[in-house]
Design a protein around this ligand. Structure first.
Ligand SMILES: Nc1ccn([C@@H]2O[C@H](COP(=O)(O)OP(=O)(O)OP(=O)(O)O)[C@@H](O)[C@H]2O)c(=O)n1
Ligand SMILES: C[C@](O)(CO)[C@H](O)COP(=O)(O)O
Length: 236
């Protein structure tokens, strides 16, 4: 990859969630995975990536100094330039993170609860975003998918060749995603679960999907942490 013509790339790593579905006392991003906090792994990958210039870390209110000392300083993640507070919903946290950025370059928005983003994914999505401006990482589904009504009766079986499960990082030209989020904050919207939705709904721009990996899982419920344990030991 030609790094000399590279635009500035910032990663926003989100770690302000409550982890309700995980149900643990400690929020899932701080749980131990092979002796290190879940959040450490994606920070390490962005830290080590030659493409990433800077990391903005978004954490829960009151967790800033803990994160600075116990994660950023302890593990030497010196690309973290700012630690800011998140909000009630994921999109509030993204919005807060975006306030720390100027309009130039690209932003990689990533769930701190997804420890297995890797350099190949970062490079692949960067190569695509310079062409398409708005890209999200995901993988084709493997199972048959059905939509249902409120009583759990099937309403349709979409062609699964056209269905992907969506991951992070979600990567955008920074000016575009900031504009989309600005409109979201003005107009509001319901059930916003990822960043691509904001760009789709607010600006109607095309979003290019880019292959991530089946290992790029989000730690959401307890069995995900067990699976993550297997992945992390295999990588050693
Ligand atoms: N208000 C929020 C909600 C989520 N996140 C982050 O967004 C990522 C994906 O969200 P999710 O898996 O839904 O995390 P939680 O909101 O913590 O989980 P739950 O929905 O089970 O409470 C996580 O890294 C989480 O820390 C965040 O920064 N701010
Ligand atoms: C952005 C995301 O990781 C894409 O899969 C996901 O939608 C965010 O998590 P949540 O579980 O929907 O809050």
């Amino acid at each position: 990859m030609q790094l000399s013509t590279k635009k500035r790339c910032t990663a926003i790593v989100l770690a302000a969630g409550q982890g309700t579905r995980m149900g643990t006392e400690i929020q899932k991003q701080y749980l131990e995975l092979d002796g290190r906090p879940v959040l450490y792994y994606s920070l390490r990958t962005f830290q080590d990536s030659p493409l990433i210039d800077e990391i903005v870390l978004v954490v829960g209110e009151g967790q800033e100094s803990y994160c600075r000392k116990e994660i950023v300083e302890r593990f030497g993640i010196h690309k973290v330039s700012r630690i800011t507070c998140g909000g009630t919903e994921r999109y509030h946290s993204v919005w807060n993170g975006l306030q720390e950025l100027s309009d130039d370059g690209y932003v990689f928005i990533h769930d701190g609860a997804r420890p297995f983003v890797d350099e190949e994914i970062i490079e692949r999505v960067y190569e695509h975003v310079v062409e398409y401006d708005a890209c999200v990482v995901g993988m084709p589904v493997k199972d048959t998918i059905k939509t249902v009504d409120e009583q759990d009766f099937v309403t349709a079986t979409p062609n699964r060749n056209l269905v992907w499960m969506i991951q992070t990082p979600q990567v955008f030209r920074t000016d575009i995603v900031k504009k989309a989020y600005g409109l979201l904050m003005e107009c509001g919207a319901e059930n916003i679960t990822d960043d691509a939705m904001v760009v789709e709904q607010m600006l109607s721009l095309p979003i290019r999907l880019v292959r991530g990996s089946y290992e790029n899982i989000k730690i959401t419920t307890p069995e995900d942490l067990e699976i993550a344990g297997v992945f992390v030991r295999r990588k050693k």
